[in-house]
Design a protein around this ligand. Structure first.
Ligand SMILES: CC(C)(COP(=O)(O)OP(=O)(O)OC[C@H]1O[C@@H](n2cnc3c(N)ncnc32)[C@H](O)[C@@H]1OP(=O)(O)O)[C@@H](O)C(=O)NCCC(=O)NCCS
Length: 202
């Protein structure tokens, strides 16, 4: 089973080249320490709507630097999609290998016992890469990463906003099912969804 330290030491373990539907290519790879400037450019370019749907602590170099400095220090595994040949970061795919106690409680209320073999996942694509099938194209690589870390199920990191029909459709078509709903501290309604990797091929 892979560890975060192994990935930080050798990011090539999880690096793959991926052909998109329009025959262009992206590289799927772990975030590395030297990505701060490129990650900052990705965050800064996110539209207000993307920021509403996928919220980060900030959208500047300091936030990007924090993410790059956190490699293998906590439970987070961050992967990026890199455009070929420009090298621009066009997607950020985040895993948390630890569960949040609030998630455990909420899922329990829905009759689902989360376990240490579960993980949390959240995707964000650059605005010009959304709704082109890229998220679905990359999803087998996402499930492969989860499996290689010994995970059996994936839940959504922070849920998905109930008024984000595209993401809900995206998760459903990639095998997630609805586990419940909740109202966040911001007063917004979100849905919990879960994917059982044993029931999904690839
Ligand atoms: C969510 C996200 C990762 C999905 O990746 P993607 O590459 O855009 O998704 P795909 O193109 O593979 O699939 C989107 C699906 O939603 C459908 N869709 C688009 N708008 C929709 C809408 N308003 N209502 C319902 N379905 C919609 C598309 O038709 C497609 O389904 P189909 O293949 O059956 O036609 C990406 O759109 C994104 O980064 N969005 C902004 C941030 C975000 O919302 N992140 C998730 C936070 S929980």
């Amino acid at each position: 089973m892979l560890t975060l330290t192994e990935v930080a030491d050798d990011p090539s373990i999880l690096t793959r080249r991926l052909a998109l539907n329009d025959a262009s290519e992206v590289v799927f790879r772990p975030l590395v320490r030297t990505d701060a400037d490129r990650l900052a450019a990705f965050l800064a370019a996110l539209s207000p709507e993307s920021r509403r749907l996928s919220t980060f602590d900030g959208y500047d170099l300091a936030t990007a630097q924090d993410m790059c400095d956190a490699l293998a220090r906590y439970d987070k595994l961050r992967l990026v999609l890199e455009e070929v040949p420009s090298g621009r970061i066009v997607g950020l795919l985040e895993f948390s290998l630890d569960l949040h106690p609030e998630d455990v409680t909420r899922f329990l209320e829905a009759g689902i016992h989360l376990a240490p073999t579960d993980c949390r996942f959240g995707p964000t694509l650059a605005d010009d890469y959304q709704e082109r099938g890229v998220g679905t194209r990359v999803f087998p690589l996402v499930t492969d990463v989860a499996r290689r870390f010994g995970r059996k199920r994936i839940i959504l990191w922070g849920g998905v906003l109930a008024d984000n029909p595209r993401a809900i459709r995206y998760y459903r078509k990639n095998g997630f099912h609805l586990a419940g709903s909740f109202t966040g501290a911001d007063g917004l309604r979100s849905l919990d969804m879960i994917l059982d990797l044993d029931s999904r091929q690839g």
